[in-house]
Design a protein around this ligand. Sequence first.
Ligand code: SF4
Length: 127
Amino acid sequence: MTEAKQYTCIGCPIGCPLHLEHDGNTIKEVSGYECDRGAKYAHQEFIDPRRSLSTTVAISGAMWPRLPIRTCKPIHKDQVLEAVRKIQALKLQAPVKMGQVLIRDFMGEKGIDVVACRTMKRADESS
Ligand code: SF4
């Protein structure tokens, strides 16, 4: 039996409304996109939806109380809440360098690391 899902493409500000028809796990048709990125996005959302994760985490001994961090690749959408909990449990101590890997192979996925988005010196270090 053919069923349908609706998505909004996030590839650019136009936000094309995407219509995907599927029979079980088999995609039958995707429509509504203005360029190939939309079709690719609908396929990805149906097969393996993922989200990039950017947030901040507390850091001790630094000039600022929180460090911006991100995953270097998108993670499974249904793991985002658990991922945020794990990241918030991090105990960081300054100094940290931009790009420094804070958690390797995050959520059990090889090649997905949590990295620092900025350098954070110790509070008592001069600039
Ligand atoms: S399908 Fe193409 S034009 Fe439409 S929102 Fe996505 S990237 Fe933009």
